[in-house]
Design a protein around this ligand. Structure first.
Ligand code: PEP
Length: 253
């Protein structure tokens, strides 16, 4: 089996001005070690995508969006299609972030439509899953992940699975400063890999990148990234400072 590369992505959420976004992207691109084997992406807010794409041109830093619609075009006021994201220079889109699942009520069925449409359009999808605190405390973590993966990834054709990335993001760890222990992360990632093996086969599972997300910082990244089934990180808060984000990338290298 080929060793899996590490993949670090920054989710800028609804932060940055246009100028700050361009500055942050430039600092990340400039600070990336030459020939690093670590894959790196940044996901700015929609309005800054093309401005950041200009900055990242000729850099190995990929561009991602934080959400998309499942239709190509149409009367969907306020929505953005996968095809528009590609046109704006994106290679990635985050689907199913907990702030959309739980904050905006996006269902597994809706997220499944988004993931399938984005993959079919040619984007790579970072598909987020994760349990709430009360679900973990009720020992329901694996059941929750199982349902989110069964329903969220249903019907994805085999030829698109190479562009799928899973982000395990325990909801209680996102933006709280309360990171999962390395054991908790490894246990959940190993479960996700076994689940994907059952759903799509061993080959898909063994090459699947599974990121951890939830209060990843420079001082806890190395421990998490050293776990055998942790292939990278989806970073929120710490991705808004180039130094912190680059330190997490360095911990992956
Ligand atoms: C996220 O937004 O996906 C995230 C993990 O946020 P934070 O790193 O701030 O917890």
């Amino acid at each position: 089996m080929m060793p899996r590369p590490k993949f670090i992505a920054g989710n800028w959420k609804m932060y940055t001005t246009r100028a700050a976004a361009q500055e942050l992207a430039a600092a990340v691109a400039k600070g990336l070690p030459a020939n690093t084997a670590v894959r790196v992406a940044v996901c700015p807010p929609f309005p800054w995508l093309t401005a950041v794409a200009d900055v990242l041109k000729n850099s190995p830093v990929a561009l991602g969006a934080q959400n998309c619609h499942y239709e190509k075009e149409g009367a969907f006021t306020g929505e953005v299609s996968p095809q528009m994201l590609l046109d704006a220079g994106c290679g990635y889109v985050i689907v199913g972030h907990s702030e959309r699942r739980h904050g905006l009520g996006e269902s597994d069925a809706l997220l499944n439509k988004k993931a399938r449409a984005a993959l079919a359009a040619g984007l790579s999808v970072i598909f987020c899953v994760g349990e709430l605190l009360d679900e973990r405390e009720a020992s329901r973590t694996e059941a929750v992940l199982d349902t989110q993966l069964t329903n969220g990834l249903a019907g994805i054709p085999a030829e698109h699975l190479g562009k799928l990335v899973i982000a395990y993001e325990p909801v209680w760890a996102i933006g709280t400063g309360k990171v999962a222990t390395t054991e908790q992360a490894q246990e959940a990632h190993a479960f996700i890999r076994r689940k994907i093996a059952g759903q799509f086969g061993e080959n898909v599972a063994s090459s699947l990148l599974i990121q951890y997300g939830g209060s990843v910082k420079p001082d806890n990244a190395a421990g998490l990234l050293s776990q055998p089934d942790v292939d990278g990180a989806l970073v929120g808060g710490a991705s808004l400072k180039a130094d912190a984000f680059l330190a997490i990338v360095a911990a992956a290298g």
